[in-house]
Design a protein around this ligand. Structure first.
Ligand code: PLP
Length: 398
């Protein structure tokens, strides 16, 4: 018989989160009772479109934006592809130019980096801003790199591996000034995008507050379902569809709408906004306790990234001389699920471009693990996790 202490401890909330009970309740009727296709004229279809409208309205209200500025996609990966490829596609015909410049960072998620690489292969130029050892870009670097043909700046709000929070609002303010000048000089506007997939649970993410034109979010990092994402698109932002078909989502994302997932994600966004402060405080306190309990017994441990400008739920650390693969497997066997922060779809541990960007050697990268807490993490779990981590590490390092 399993005792309470045998229960597995999940500390990989940046990887994914369990669906919240309230979210699930919101979703369930749309699988079989209200199962209509939103494109159908009959009452079943009307029920489906009403649910999508309600979800869009809910998110628009929370984001303080217009109903038509919220686009539902199949994932944040798709949102990032849409905003990058869709903007470039649109500007190629609007500005009658074939070659553009984009600014991003070395620590973006792969769903931004890979579409950018595709654009480079097609002849566009991309500047990947470096980061310091804390994972932060320099705003002066960004300003220096702006060119006449820059059309997009895309910067992740909070990093998925090391939790570093970039100064998005400050950049937004600066870009407002820069765009004013560009307009006077007859240059095209630079659009500003941020990926809030990891940030939405913990940080203020209203697009008008951040002064962004495009903003990506995902269902499954905020206690919603997997396989659903969203993109905020400020009115007037040029964007062409990259998936064509039945012209759903204001023509920007064809495909029959996933009604239960849309309803679920809207509920998850609502709960994230409602509980942000409470959960942030609670999780930060637990995270700091865990860190204190680990460093007390491990002299050779180092935190990767910044302590100050970091998401409250994130710890990314390295134990000198201990491979992360060995440690992750040993911890899993001892009942704790943690991550390396970066993995290929093959589940093999990939060398992390983020850890490389903050200056880690390949040996240090292979010694790094990511621990991420969530709203369901308990004080008891953290106490037990610290004991297990310290005991497990001691088996390998003495
Ligand atoms: N952006 C960031 C920062 C992420 O952490 C992730 C997922 O790990 C994504 C984008 C992709 O999200 P999705 O799984 O919805 O495609």
């Amino acid at each position: 018989m399993k005792t309470k202490t045998d229960k597995k401890i999940y500390l990989d909330y940046a990887g994914t989160t369990p669906v919240d009970k309230e979210v699930l309740r919101e979703m369930l009727p749309y699988f079989n009772k209200k199962f209509g296709n939103a494109s159908s004229i009959h009452s079943f279809g009307q029920e489906a479109i009403a649910a999508i409208d309600k979800a869009r309205e809910k998110i628009a209200k929370l984001f303080n934006c217009d109903f038509s500025e919220i686009i539902f996609t199949g994932s944040a990966t798709e949102s990032n592809n849409l905003m990058i490829k869709g903007l470039v596609k649109s500007q190629i015909s609007n500005l009658k130019s074939q070659k553009f410049h984009i600014i991003s960072t070395k620590t973006e998620h792969e769903s931004v980096l890979e579409p950018l690489k595709e654009l480079e292969r097609a002849g566009h130029k991309v500047t990947y801003l470096p980061v310091d050892k804390d994972g932060l870009i320099k705003i002066s670097d960004l300003e220096k790199n702006i060119k006449d043909n820059t059309i997009l700046i895309s910067i992740i709000y909070a990093n998925n591996e090391i939790g570093t929070i970039q100064p998005i609002k400050e950049i937004g303010k600066l870009l407002e000034k820069i765009n004013k000048k560009r307009q006077e000089n007859g240059l095209s506007k630079i659009y500003f995008h941020t990926d809030t997939v990891q940030a939405l649970n913990y940080l203020e993410c209203r697009p008008d507050w951040l002064k962004v034109d495009l903003l990506t979010f995902s269902g499954h990092k905020i206690y919603g379902p997997k396989g659903i994402g969203g993109l905020y698109v400020r009115k007037g932002t040029p964007l062409s569809a990259i998936i064509s078909g039945g012209s759903q989502e204001f023509g920007l994302r064809s495909g029959t709408e996933n009604v239960p997932y849309i309803a679920g994600m809207a509920k998850a966004v609502e709960l994230a906004f409602k509980n942000r402060e409470k959960h942030s405080k609670y999780i930060l306190d637990l995270r700091n306790k865990l860190w204190e309990n680990i460093i007390k017994y491990n002299k050779d441990i180092k935190l990767n990234g910044s302590f100050g400008s970091r998401l409250p739920n994130n710890l990314n650390m390295r134990f000198a001389g201990l491979s992360n693969e060995t440690l992750i497997i040993a911890l899993d066997q001892a009942g704790i699920a943690v991550s390396a922060g970066s993995a290929c779809s093959s589940r093999a541990l990939a060398a992390s471009h983020v850890l490389k960007a903050i200056g880690l050697t390949s040996k240090q990268m292979k010694e790094s693990i990511r621990i991420t807490l969530g709203k369901n993490t308990t004080k008891e779990e953290i106490k037990r996790a610290a004991e297990i981590i310290n005991k497990t590490v001691k088996q390998f390092i003495n």
